[in-house]
Design a protein around this ligand. Structure first.
Ligand code: COA
Length: 258
């Protein structure tokens, strides 16, 4: 892979870095394909948490590659959007939690990749926005669908219709990001959170993610039914016996992922 680096530590934390710094990590079709390929390979590798970040200290992802999109026909644009949808679906449907460490520009497609992660941690210098309408197009990698679900339709529409960029603190106020940390600290903060998640029962975390994702897709009654099934299923795992047993015996739990 030319633009994606994947590191997988013994601690079960995988780090996927988009590295196309000369173009501020913007997404051409090859970069998007490589993100998809890396995420598929990680599914086989079964990390406990995946962190997604941009290389360098200026940009997470500065959007889809405008120079490439400028040459696209309508049909090619449709394929490009579908490629983006496939890669971002691999993120939000990843069996393990995904954290975006947003270390700078998260514009257009960059904001869309961050939105497909479960959790977003932003550095103070991060800048979010959907500049697509200023280019005569619209967000095509999931932004019109995921942003309203996360921040509500009114705030999402204001961002998408205006193309206005917002700073990290405003992004936190509208719940676009979970947390803002000092410049240069997004990755460390994401890793700290990843370590906390990775210390928990891994099967429990995976099923908790699946249940929380259901809340986006189904009505409350169906979602609660799904939750009850997932809850019951965990009682058949060694980890649940270990976790609850350790509490009762007043000792630290040692989860084995079984
Ligand atoms: N697509 C293609 N190239 C991009 C890009 C994008 N989305 N974002 C940045 N680049 C390229 C620039 O063209 C430039 O390339 P060059 O050195 O060959 O000229 C390089 O990355 C550095 O960017 P530059 O604009 O010189 O940096 P800057 O600090 O002056 O500005 C931004 C940074 C992010 C504000 C500016 O690059 C920008 O507005 N980018 C487009 C953001 C956008 O609209 N994204 C959504 C697309 S749908």
């Amino acid at each position: 892979m030319d633009f994606i680096k994947v590191e997988r530590g013994d601690d079960g934390i995988a780090v996927l870095t988009i590295d196309r710094q000369e173009k501020l990590n913007s997404l051409n079709p090859q970069v998007i394909e490589e993100i998809g390929q890396a995420l598929l390979e990680l599914e086989d590798d079964q990390p406990r948490v995946t962190i997604v970040t941009g290389a360098g200290d200026r940009s997470f992802i500065a959007g889809a590659d405008i120079a490439v999109m400028n040459e696209m026909s309508a049909l090619e644009a449709k394929r490009f959007a579908e490629l983006g949808h496939a890669a971002t679906a691999l993120l939000d449907r990843s069996p393990v939690p995904t954290i975006a460490a947003v270390n700078g520009f998260a514009l257009g497609g960059g904001c869309e990749v961050a939105l497909a992660c479960d959790i977003r941690i932003a550095a103070e210098n991060a800048l979010f926005g959907f500049p697509e309408v200023t280019l005569g197009i619209l967000p095509g990698l999931g932004g019109t669908q995921r942003l309203p679900r996360l921040v509500g339709p009114g705030v999402a529409k204001e961002m998408i219709f205006s193309g206005r960029r917002i700073k990290a603190e405003e992004a936190r106020m509208i719940n676009l990001v979970n947390r803002v940390v000092p410049e240069g600290e997004a990755f460390n903060a994401a890793r700290e959170l990843a370590e906390e998640i990775a210390s928990n029962g891994p099967i429990a975390v995976r099923h908790a993610k699946a249940a929380a994702n259901k809340a986006q897709d189904v009505d409350l009654v169906s979602g609660l039914e799904y939750e009850a099934d997932q809850f019951a299923l965990l009682f058949g795992t060694e980890d649940a016996r270990e976790g609850m047993g350790a509490f009762v015996e007043k000792r630290e739990a040692e989860f084995k992922g079984r």
